[in-house]
Design a protein around this ligand. Sequence first.
Ligand code: ACM
Length: 517
Amino acid sequence: MATVAAVLLAGLTGCATEPTDLSKNSIIPRPVSVTPSGESFLLTARSDIFVMPGGPEELVNIGNFLAGKLNPSTGLGMEVISDGRKPGKGDILLTLAQDDPELGDEGYELTITGKLLTVSASQPAGIFRGIQTVRQLLPAEIEADTIREGTWVIPTGTIRDYPLYGHRGVMLDVARHFFGPEDVMRYLDQLALYKMNVLHMHLSDDQGWRIEIKSWPNLTVHGGKTEVGGGEGGFYTQEEYSEIVKYAAERYITIIPEIDMPGHTNAALSSYPELNIGGKAPELYTGIKVGFSTLDTRSETTYRFVDDVVREIAALTPGKYFHIGGDESHVTKPDDYVYFINRVQDIVESHGKSIIGWDEIAHATLKPNTVVQYWARAENAVMGLNQGAKVLMSPAKYAYLDMKYDTASVFGLNWAAYIEVDDAYNWDPAMLVPEITRENITGIEAPLWTETVSTFREAEWLIYPRLAGYAEIGWTPAEMRSWDEYRLRLAEHGKRMEVMDIGFYRSPLVDWEEVTE
Ligand code: ACM
């Protein structure tokens, strides 16, 4: 039920011009099919969110999520109704439909008439993706957390939409610089808007160990206490990590935890001398060099350590995958490396998880269901494919969020490339390497390594707006994507990101729309 103030507000703003052409939307990622019908649907003081009665509780939660996004800015006081009452004019209806193989788990349909806006899907995840489209069909001010004047109008028609790839993710390096649970949750909120479904957390590296392991407490007590540049570092307690996992799940986002090994382990080595070849612990490290550390791959203590770490993290992680790192182990002898990766794969499987690793792991004997994350060497990825693995596409030259945009970029590195917003968008994961085809790609992931950024505000400048393009590459059929058309939609998202207070890079390649007030 709406408040008196909201009724007044709706009355005041009801006379503005109403968009009527659904084909002129700025949705990112671009939907698979949009059919306009030339009228308008208006949210009013009488609007509420109806959820099919007798459906899963998840639908009520999704209804509440949508109400939580729409009410603060509109002041319309929309309620979630699941008791079987019938929706009326101006209402939103969330409903599960018959299984529709084309829509899959995450696809959805929006049917928008002058009277009713219906989001239907086979699975709750699809309803959740669908309501992100509803958000994006409303004016950018919908994202504000205080009341804005606006005509909350949506053009009518139908949208039928589903993702190209099942894995559409980002990686956040919380090891080089630590980012607390609130930053991670802010990121998860942003990812949800762009229909991303994976957050890969790089939880350990030379500079820091960031997750509490109860059986090896010094990992965080000692190994978590600094970061690049010598700042104070930090770590997640297991309770905090579990909260992140839950917050992600409420947004239909899976957390993939990564413990990078046998290299990139200085923080662990510094915490426990017995993990080192020679048994002597090094100092903590706050620089940005790579490739100088290794676990002792021929010591049973190491495998007891790995087993404990994987067991504790796997128990807190409902997702299917555990990421074992495996990159840049330059001081591990090749035979030792292969021996180590083979043993660690057994450990990960024994705790019920499938394995992801950076492309170097293809040198080992891969288990069925393993995913090789291509970042550097196509020949490694192809070697993985030849062992029956699938490939996750994160080629550094195109997909690394920590690469500078151009020579003037204040943050970021440039060892792989400069990646302007058009470069980030203008590539097709299935066209980079002849052997790596659509069928054997699980999806796309954009990593942010955090050597050069120490606050999430700084990270946002590298992440946005490139993230929107990666989201579209992962979702939208390649033949429907073109930079010239995309940059117009992205321009509208400048306004949206501004309202959301995202500190994005205003690339000169885009004619950013500004908030007018
Ligand atoms: C990596 O960038 N070392 C995976």
